[in-house]
Design a protein around this ligand. Structure first.
Ligand code: NCD
Length: 305
C-alpha cells in the first residue's frame, strides 16, 4: 500500500513521475477537463494542527478528481482524541469509513504510528518537525517550473531550519539532483539539525552555514524563507529572542539576482515584507497554487488509481 510518510521512501525516478503527473494535472485543470478518476472514493482529512493550504488543497484536489471528502479540523479538541483516544484507534476507525487518510499531527512519528494499524493508505500532511512530503513535492515542482531545472542551483534556506519540516523534506529531494549548493542561514539556536548536515557531508554535497541573511542573497537562485515555528518552542522567551531576526525587505531585493525566486511554504508572519509581493521574483503564492496540482497527483498515486 503506497503510504506517503517521508520523502526518503522515494527514488529519483518516482519523484520525476510525480512531478510529471502534477504537470498533467495542471494542464487538465487549466483546460477545464473532467477528471473523475477518484469517483466513489472517500478521502478523510484529519488535522490535529492548524492548516489552511495543506488541508484545503488536499480537499480541493479530492473534489476535483471526483472523490468525496470527510474532514476533521482542529482534531485535538473536536475528535475523540480530546477524550483520550489513541492515534492508533482513531486511525482504525477512519480506515473503516474512508479509502485514504490525510493526517497532520504535532508529534514526530505519528504518521508511522497510524501506518502501523492502517488498512488504507496514509498521507503524512506534517508530523511535528519531522516531515511534510507533499509540501516538498510542491516546492520541487515550483522550482522546476520557475527555473526549468532542479540541478546546478544555489539554494538558500533562511529562518527556523531546526523545526521546519518542509525543509527537512525538501533538502533530501534536492540532494537527488547534481551540483546544487545549499546555504543554510539561521541563528545558531535554529540551525539545521546535525543529521541533515552529516548526510550532506556524507554525500559530498556542497553547503555553507551562515547567520546573516545578507550573506546568502546575492548567490541564490532560490531563496526559501521559513516561519519561526512558535508552537515548537518549549519556552516562549526563547521564541521571543529569535522570532524577528530575519525579515526580507524591499531593499534586500537589489542584492538578489534578477532570475532568482523567493519561496515560502506560508503562512508568513514576519519574514517577508508584503511590499515584496509585487516583485516578479516573489513566487510564494504561485508555490501555494502548485500545491493543488501536486496533491491531485499524490492522491491517485497513493490510491493506485
Ligand atoms: C508549513 C507547515 O505546516 O509545516 N505550512 C504549510 O503546510 N504550508 C509551514 C509553517 O507552518 O510554517
Amino acid at each position: 500500500m503506497p503510504n506517503i510518510i517521508s520523502v526518503e521512501q522515494f527514488n529519483k525516478n518516482e519523484v520525476e513521475k510525480i512531478l510529471l503527473e502534477a504537470s498533467h494535472m495542471e494542464e487538465k485543470c487549466l483546460s477545464g477537463k473532467n477528471l473523475n478518476i477518484l469517483e466513489n472514493k472517500i478521502v478523510a482529512c484529519i488535522f490535529f494542527e492548524p492548516s489552511t493550504r495543506t488541508r484545503l488543497s488536499f480537499e480541493t484536489a479530492a473534489i476535483k478528481l471526483g472523490a468525496k471528502v470527510i474532514s476533521v479540523e482542529n482534531a485535538q479538541e473536536s475528535s475523540s482524541t480530546f477524550k483520550g483516544e489513541t492515534i492508533e484507534d482513531t486511525t482504525r476507525i477512519l480506515c473503516s469509513y474512508a479509502d485514504i487518510i490525510v493526517m497532520r499531527h504535532p508529534k514526530e512519528g505519528s504518521a508511522e504510528k497510524a501506518v502501523s494499524v492502517a488498512t488504507k493508505p496514509i498521507i503524512n500532511a506534517g508530523d511535528g518537525s519531522n516531515q511534510h512530503p507533499s509540501q516538498a513535492f510542491l516546492d520541487l515542482y515550483t522550482i522546476k517550473k520557475e527555473h526549468g531545472h532542479l540541478d546546478n542551483l544555489n539554494i538558500a534556506f533562511a529562518g527556523d531550519l531546526l523545526h521546519s519540516r518542509t525543509l527537512h523534506s525538501l533538502v533530501p529531494l534536492l540532494m537527488m539532483y547534481p551540483n546544487n549548493t545549499f546555504y543554510f542561514i539561521s541563528p545558531l539556536e535554529l540551525a539545521l539539525p546535525k543529521e541533515y548536515t552529516d548526510e550532506l557531508r556524507g554525500k559530498g554535497v556542497s553547503f555553507k552555514e551562515m547567520n546573516s541573511l545578507k550573506e546568502g542573497l546575492s548567490d541564490a537562485e532560490v531563496l526559501y524563507m521559513t516561519r519561526v515555528q512558535k508552537e515548537r518552542f518549549e519556552k516562549l522567551e526563547d521564541y521571543e529572542k529569535v522570532k524577528d531576526l530575519f525579515l526580507l525587505k524591499v531593499e534586500d531585493l537589489k542584492d538578489m539576482k534578477e532570475k532568482s525566486i523567493i519561496m515560502h511554504p506560508l503562512p508568513r508572519v514576519n519574514e517577508i515584507d508584503p511590499e515584496i509581493d509585487k516583485d516578479p521574483r516573489a513566487a510564494y503564492f504561485r508555490q501555494a497554487q502548485n500545491g493543488l496540482y501536486i496533491r491531485m497527483a499524490l492522491l491517485p498515486y497513493a490510491l493506485e488509481a
